[in-house]
Write a protein that binds this ligand. Structure first.
Ligand code: EPU
Length: 418
């Protein structure tokens, strides 16, 4: 069984390159199947299991894929299959973007319902509402979404909740609908903007991504293009927090500091120094932290995906920290693991109250989901003694070679297989 072994207590120093954004890449790859002419050559693709899973899914649909380091070439010209019903489709979340992408190009799709991290109920009612508004019929049959339309026609759609997935999925379908689609109350996350930019580079006409309203004028077809994925806001946030928690000075290269503002602001409040460069950010920390309150909200607020590593850090910050998780109702499973390391935490519904302790102590723990795994890595790095983290397949879904990156910063961490 693979696990990460960490001997905690080292300060982190040096520089780390941040990878392309997972949650942008896992939407851009499905979007590439919409190109009926030319090839998509996409750079800055992270080397993570969710990406490999999508490569297999898209190949199975009939696209040709070549991978060269962080660049992927996708030729979807001869793709004709519109059914994605494999184990890979079921195990990851972002496979559902194939519904919007295939519906746009072929006016039909059958895609098995997705898995993803167990962090709360994950309905897709807003995706379905959007597809139906564009004129598609959606039926859930034997665990798959079966979606068909004679024609897709632009519509005004007001989402009931701010959803990254629904915004992107309906934007994909609307990119090839007839006429104008207006999406309101949309997600403004950097990866939503990145997918819109990718589609526009393929020949789509999408305006307003990054604001509350996206306007999409449908086009008849899309073509391949060259594109580079934005840096990963969440991987960057995780390294910033690890540096703050362990103490030391770490520079993150290949980041967009604007995307990290809510995280930088919280670290400053906790007593950490954060310096922004053009495409880098430096975190300097004595390791002595003050407790802060954190509330997760859609972008530009504090990202839910960084809440778990942040709460690990706050376990050793002086005083009380209150976390309010407003996106996912059960994203606190990592706190039970942190308690095994000596954390003092109480959860009441969506609120977690953390009383800072002087130190955490190494223990055998597990990654209950992707970002919970990142939280355990942060905890292990700052704890006294040895921590072993099991179920690290969750971590590998979203963080490329996490142990090598931390090792290069001076951490004692390695992967053990037996
Ligand atoms: N929601 C609905 N109906 C829908 C869709 C969403 O009620 O049809 C609700 C959800 O239950 C949730 C809220 O809306 O309470 C936000 O969900 P959203 O759709 O934004 O989440 P997602 O698209 O399923 C993506 C990321 C998550 C990240 C969230 C929020 C991907 C593949 N996943 O999920 O990332 O937490 O947005 O920012 O992009 C992660 O990377 O660890 C991760 C879980």
């Amino acid at each position: 069984m693979e696990r990460l072994v960490i001997k905690g207590g080292s300060r982190l120093n040096g520089a780390v390159d941040i990878n392309g954004a997972k949650n942008a890449a896992v939407a851009i790859l499905p979007a590439a199947v919409m190109a009926s002419e030319g090839k998509c050559i996409i750079d800055n693709i992270p080397d993570i299991e969710d990406v490999h899973c999508l490569e297999r899914i898209i190949e199975d649909l009939g696209a040709e894929i070549k991978v060269n380091s962080n660049t992927i070439e996708i030729d979807s010209r001869s793709l004709v299959k519109t059914e994605a019903c494999t184990e890979d489709v079921r195990k990851m979340r972002a496979s559902y973007y194939l519904i919007g992408a295939l519906l746009a190009r072929f006016k039909q799709a059958k895609v098995e319902l997705p898995g993803g991290c167990p962090i709360g109920v994950r309905p897709i009612d807003q995706h379905i509402k959007g597809f139906e508004a564009l004129g598609a019929k959606v039926v859930i049959e034997h665990g798959a979404a079966v979606v068909k339309a004679d024609r897709l026609i632009g519509a005004n759609i007001f989402f009931d909740v701010v959803s990254v997935g629904a915004t992107i999925n309906v934007m994909l379908a609307a990119a090839m609908a007839e006429g104008l689609t207006t999406l309101e109350n949309v997600a403004k996350e950097p990866h939503v903007v990145d997918v819109a930019n990718f589609l526009n580079t393929m020949g789509a006409d999408i305006k307003g991504a990054g604001t509350d309203v996206i306007k999409i004028r449908g086009v008849e077809s899309l073509k391949g293009c060259n594109y580079s994925v934005i840096p990963d806001q969440i991987e960057a946030g995780t390294f910033m927090i690890a540096a703050a928690a362990c103490g030391g000075e770490v520079t993150l290269n290949n980041v967009i500091p604007k995307h990290l503002e809510s995280i930088s602001a919280k670290l400053l409040e906790a007593g950490v120094e954060v310096e922004e460069g053009d495409d880098s950010i430096t975190v300097k920390s004595s390791g002595n932290l003050k407790g802060v309150n954190v509330k997760t909200t859609p972008y530009p607020g504090f990202p839910t995906d960084v809440q778990q590593p942040m709460s690990a850090m706050l376990c050793v910050a002086s005083g009380r920290s209150i976390i309010t998780e407003s996106i996912w109702e059960s994203r606190y499973k990592h706190l039970d693991e942190l308690k095994k390391m000596g954390a003092s935490v109480k959860v009441e519904g969506r609120i977690a109250i953390i009383e800072g302790v002087e130190k955490l102590t190494g223990a055998v723990v597990k990654a209950t989901d992707l970002r919970a795994g990142a939280a355990m890595v942060v905890a292990g790095l700052m704890a006294d003694g040895e921590t072993e983290i099991y179920n690290i397949e969750h971590i590998d879904r979203g963080y490329p070679h996490i142990e090598n990156k931390f090792k290069a910063l001076g951490a004692e961490i390695y992967r053990k297989v037996d």
